[in-house]
Design a protein around this ligand. Structure first.
Ligand code: DOR
Ligand code: ZN
Length: 350
């Protein structure tokens, strides 16, 4: 074990986050903004963020809710539907509103009912995105009830994403929150225009976590955690130094009653401990020296954006994660609730 007691990194970005809206937005946004300079904000609101005007208005609400002293920039995404107008994507790109567009297969996850029923319906949009260099962010799961829930990502890669990448070889694609060895292999074998985000929770838990001593809704997210062999493949990918893999928390808060329910929502709220959780994984893999590249360099490079100038610090200091966090929007359960973590995010390097 190294004797490192402090870790300084270029300030990282979160390339996949759910900031929600209304009171919940106010309750969660500073947790993300404290650690990350920028974040790719998911558009799965009700109604979904499908237009430039809606994205601009949502960005304004985020900026009104965030503590300005934290210096946070939200990067907005368009929610793709069967009827997405390629001109709307071009307009959003031109006006500096859309950084990317998100593909949710219809009914794959939270607020995805307006998503895409057949990827072929996106042909015109994808063609334009390829021309514009506007990245396609993918929730990579089939929704076919005949496909086992634990196989939905691997089947999506084979049936949907591989043919799409072949038809649009210049399209920039991020396979979001990957959970399988198959996804690691797919991204590794693809061209440099294909990357992936990896969450702190998929690096930390396998599917057993959902069933330990009883049903554990706070470990339920989509894509669902898989077997241990897949978690190990994700850990190898994240710590490999390969620039195709970068940080995206998929922090997805839901109020306690919406999680602890007969039909609980998918999503893990990891924003309060995101960097601490990644640091835990990288330390366990003897790869702390590669955390900065994964957290702060590979993402901006993929998106063609500058790396952040400021630096942040983590200190080696045991800190207990609260069981619950009371907010004006209701109680939330953070990832690692009730556990002790060995690293603590201490803020910007003065
Ligand atoms: O677990 C998840 N929660 N996965 C998603 O794809 C959506 C997210 C949410 O919005 O709650
Ligand atoms: Zn997500």
């Amino acid at each position: 074990m190294s004797s490192t007691t402090e870790l300084e990194l270029l300030r990282p970005d979160d390339w996949h986050v759910h900031l929600r809206d209304g009171a919940l937005l106010g309750a969660v946004v500073n947790h993300t903004a404290r650690q990350f300079a920028r974040a790719i904000v998911m558009p799965n609101l009700k109604p979904p963020v499908t237009t430039v005007a809606a994205a601009r208005a949502y960005r304004d609400r985020i900026l009104a809710a965030v503590d300005p002293a934290l210096g946070f920039t939200p990067l907005m995404t368009a929610y793709l539907t069967d009827d997405t107008d390629p001109n709307e994507l071009a307009l959003g790109r031109r006006e500096g509103v859309f950084t990317a567009a998100k593909l949710y297969p219809a009914n794959a996850t939270t607020n995805s009912a307006a998503g895409v029923t057949d990827v072929r319906r996106l042909d015109r949009a994808l063609e334009r995105m390829q021309e514009l260099g506007l990245p396609l962010l993918v929730h990579g799961e089939v929704v076919d009830a005949g496909v086992d829930v634990f196989d939905r990502e691997a089947v999506f890669l084979e049936r949907v994403l591989a043919p799409t990448v072949a038809r649009f070889p210049g399209l920039r694609v991020v396979v979001e929150h990957i959970t399988t060895r198959q996804a690691v292999d797919f991204v590794t074998a693809a061209g440099p225009n294909v990357g992936a985000t990896i969450t702190p929770h998929h690096l930390e838990i396998n599917r057993n976590a959902m069933f330990e001593g009883g049903l554990r809704p706070h470990f339920y997210c989509l894509p669902v955690a898989k077997r241990e062999e897949h978690r190990l493949a994700l850990r190898r990918a994240a710590t490999s130094g390969d620039p195709k893999f970068f940080l995206g928390t998929d922090s997805a808060p839901h109020r306690v009653p919406d999680k602890e329910s007969a039909c609980g929502c998918a999503g893990i709220w990891n924003a309060p401990v995101a960097l601490e959780s990644y640091a835990k994984t990288f330390e366990e893999e003897n790869a702390l020296d590669r955390l900065e590249a994964f957290a702060s360099v590979h993402g901006p490079r993929f998106y063609g954006l500058p790396v952040n100038g400021a630096r942040v610090r983590l200190v080696r200091e045991p800190s207990r994660v609260p069981e619950r966090v009371a907010t004006p929007a209701g109680e939330l359960v953070p990832f690692h609730a009730g556990r002790e973590l060995g690293w603590r995010f201490s803020g910007p390097v003065p």
